[in-house]
Design a protein around this ligand. Sequence first.
Ligand code: 8YV
Length: 332
Amino acid sequence: MMSRPKILIARAISPEVVTVLEQHFDVRSNQDDIAWSPAELAERLQGMDGVLTTGSQRIDAALLAACPQLQICANMAVGYNNFDVAAMTAAGVQGTNAPDVLTETTADFGFALLMATARRITESEHFLRAGQWKDWRYDLFAGAEVHGSTLGILGMGRIGQAIARRGAHGFGMQVIYHNRSRLSPELEADCKARYVSKQELLSTADHLVLVLPYTPEAHHTIGAAEIASMKPTATLINIARGGIVDDVALAKALANKTIAAAGLDVFEGEPAVHPDLLALSNVVLTPHIASSTMGTRRAMAQLAADNLMAYLGGKPPVTPVNTPAQSRRNAG
Ligand code: 8YV
């Protein structure tokens, strides 16, 4: 009997999906959920044919060279900036991500963060819990209007579009967006979204949501100059990746009230959060949880599992992020 492919599940995932994978593979899993160093990950990957990764695990040329048997890395995330895709392609290693299954859940969270930020929900809760609520005031935690305001979206992929629909259809917002490429007229009509330049987006949005993928070119897309061109009443929401915003410049702008507030689910150098951000009250901070519902995290793991099962079973991957000309799978 042919031996079954060996896979490593590099962080804890929904146990149901571990059970599914165990029916197909020799599975080694990290259900104790230890955050391995790159060297520890490389050590655990010795002899493995596939790996299920999360967005916090770096797959680069050094790791691929150290793990010559590895054929596929299935990321349990839509973003795959943790993959050096060029190095994977050059090494003949397949990469896959987990799009679609998290779109609506992530858009829900983006909207929740927008509303919490605009309406100062966490700040006012801290005030209440601290026993500071003594009286009614006409301007007690007066926030920014959400309904009928202008929603700006930078990065109009699937999640951006889902946020646009919520804003336009649910809250009567005027939706404007900027993206590398324009949506089709049908999609623009569906999202009720108008394409504008980046400059117009920055200067017109009441609430600006960042949902673009992180690439080296996207580093500090929002820095001091961009923040300075936003309205002083505006809110900035980042559910994309930390490096897209210059956190130091943002903290300074929030302290100076260059903009009113920010809602951040992602940070440069996370899980560390810049102390200047932690010191501010006009920012809502969450620990990278936009896709975190039990159902969605299970679906993301299942899609990563589907990719492993397809690829190591000799079929095309379901959601590939590269197409190696010469794959390690076919080399042996
Ligand atoms: C993941 C994410 O939870 O999908 C993404 O790109 O950022 C999150 O949904 C995270 O990357 C862990 O895999």
